[in-house]
Design a protein around this ligand. Structure first.
Ligand code: PLP
Length: 449
């Protein structure tokens, strides 16, 4: 007989022991002594194991842009798994992967991107983009272009490529020497010049010129690509200064360097358009996405490549594989079905426009927290906000973590990183939820140590 490892509770059977799961990016011992278990979700709310409603102020982990358990997505996934659970995409195919790639490239105006490469996560999308960049130069006879440039405080997932170009010390420092041939631009965050900016800060475009310094040091002939998040999310919501991304684009163009936008959190409506590239009017050579592509329902990541990149690879004999890269689950049928239904939901409900329409209300609401205790900055764009708290001397992260726990006690899921509270609600949010988020946070900030 199979051993029963659960215990009955009012919310259904829960695990009797939480020990065996080594939780990712989590204070395991704290969590297991004080668990926060979600057992169901609908639209803007989770239900936790005590039967309490928890308002989702972070779209799960920046992914559930259309809200939870949306009918069309449930239906599509259920049907797909019962019809074609899996088909390989190495030398085989299935219709939905092609349909989805076509739908995706149509999301960007003017047909700027011609092809999409699929993976299963943001980390894999980033890894794929970095490899495509280096291979692209080599295939065109510029094989010396191998160096990659990231940015301090950047987050590009957890694979070796991603942590090498990433710029968060805790994510890098335990893992050895990482990739060689990587440089970092300075981050753009500066409270002295930018604190309490509404939308994009006025100060900081000149920081893009640091790319010139790196090019002067290594020579452009050795540089493959620059990768940045248009808004740095995981490091605590750093909004790009006005003109900064445009300047990066100009310098990359000048030297034939590929520009990659990591839009794993900004993609799929977060700023009121399909991608941040459109919002900022800057077209990178590749865009990496994940999360909102399937509304978080089934893991999926993807890389959009601009016209010409794919074509550069199509030059050997017809029977030869052109790119030796891919994942067993690249374009998985269930993920494709989820993504197609997600795109339908975004479109039918006009959710990207909804994010845009709500962004002014959101801005005023979050900035009303500027005078709460410990708040040293509030920043926002689209439906994203960062609230930076003064750290307790000698105890970095403790104050924000306290706020995180207090918010949960009050029935709200927020995300904290360092001493910054990051907010990124589902795009179906109502003004009344925005009011609730701000009122709850106001109470939390009045109570934190
Ligand atoms: N890139 C960015 C900008 C992200 O914010 C994240 C995750 O938050 C990733 C990559 C990694 O995505 P995943 O956790 O799906 O691997």
């Amino acid at each position: 007989m199979v051993q029963d490892l659960t215990r009955p509770t009012a919310s259904g059977n829960l695990p009797a022991d939480l020990e065996a799961f080594w939780m990712p990016f989590t204070a395991n011992r704290q969590f297991k002594s004080q668990p926060r278990l979600m057992v169901s979700a609908k639209d803007m709310h989770f239900t936790d194991s005590d039967g309490r409603q928890v308002l989702d102020a972070t779209a799960g982990l920046w992914c559930v842009n259309a809200g939870h358990c949306r009918p069309k997505i449930i239906e599509a996934v259920s049907q797909q798994v019962a019809t074609l659970d899996f088909a390989p995409t190495f030398q085989w195919g299935h219709p939905k992967a092609f349909e989805l790639a076509e739908r995706l490239i149509q999301l960007v105006p003017n047909g700027e991107y011609s092809h999409v490469f699929f993976g299963n996560s943001g980390s894999e999308a980033v890894e794929s983009a970095l490899k495509i960049a280096i291979a692209y130069h080599r295939i065109r006879g510029e094989g010396t272009r191998q160096r990659l440039i990231g940015r301090e405080r950047g987050y590009h997932g957890v694979n070796f490529g991603g942590i090498s170009v990433g710029g968060i010390a805790t994510v890098r420092k335990f893992f050895g020497s990482l990739l060689t041939g990587v440089d970092h631009l300075p981050h753009t965050h500066n409270l002295e010049h930018q604190a309490f900016s509404k939308g994009q800060p006025e100060w900081g475009a000149h920081l893009a010129d640091e790319l010139e310094r790196i090019v002067a040091l290594h020579d452009a002939s050795n540089i493959a690509a620059v990768i940045v998040e248009p808004i740095a999310g995981s490091t605590g919501v750093l909004i790009p200064p006005k003109g900064y991304l445009q300047r990066l684009r100009q310098i990359c163009d000048k030297y034939g360097i590929l520009l990659i936008f990591d839009e794993v959190i900004t993609g799929f409506g977060r700023l009121g358009s399909a991608f941040a590239a459109e919002h900022f009017g800057v077209i990178p050579d590749m865009i990496t996405v994940a999360k909102g592509i399937t509304n978080g329902t089934v893991p999926m990541g993807a890389v959009f490549v601009r016209k010409g990149i794919y074509d550069a690879f199509m030059n050997g004999p017809d029977h030869a594989i052109e790119l030796f890269h891919g994942y067993t689950y690249s374009g998985h049928p269930v993920a494709c079905a989820a993504a197609l239904a997600t795109l339908d939901t975004y479109e039918e409900e006009g959710l990207f426009e909804r994010a845009k329409d709500l962004s002014d209300y959101w801005q005023e609401a979050v900035h009303s927290l500027r005078d709460r205790p410990h708040v040293i900055d509030v920043r926002n764009l689209g439906l994203v906000a960062g609230i930076e708290l003064e750290s307790i001397p000698g105890k970095p992260t403790a104050r924000a973590f306290d706020a995180f726990l207090k918010a949960f006690d009050k029935g709200m899921m927020i995300r904290t990183t360092g001493d910054i509270i990051a907010l990124s609600p589902p795009l179906i949010i109502e003004k009344s939820h925005i009011d609730q988020i701000v009122e709850t946070l106001s109470d939390v900030l009045n109570e934190v140590a």
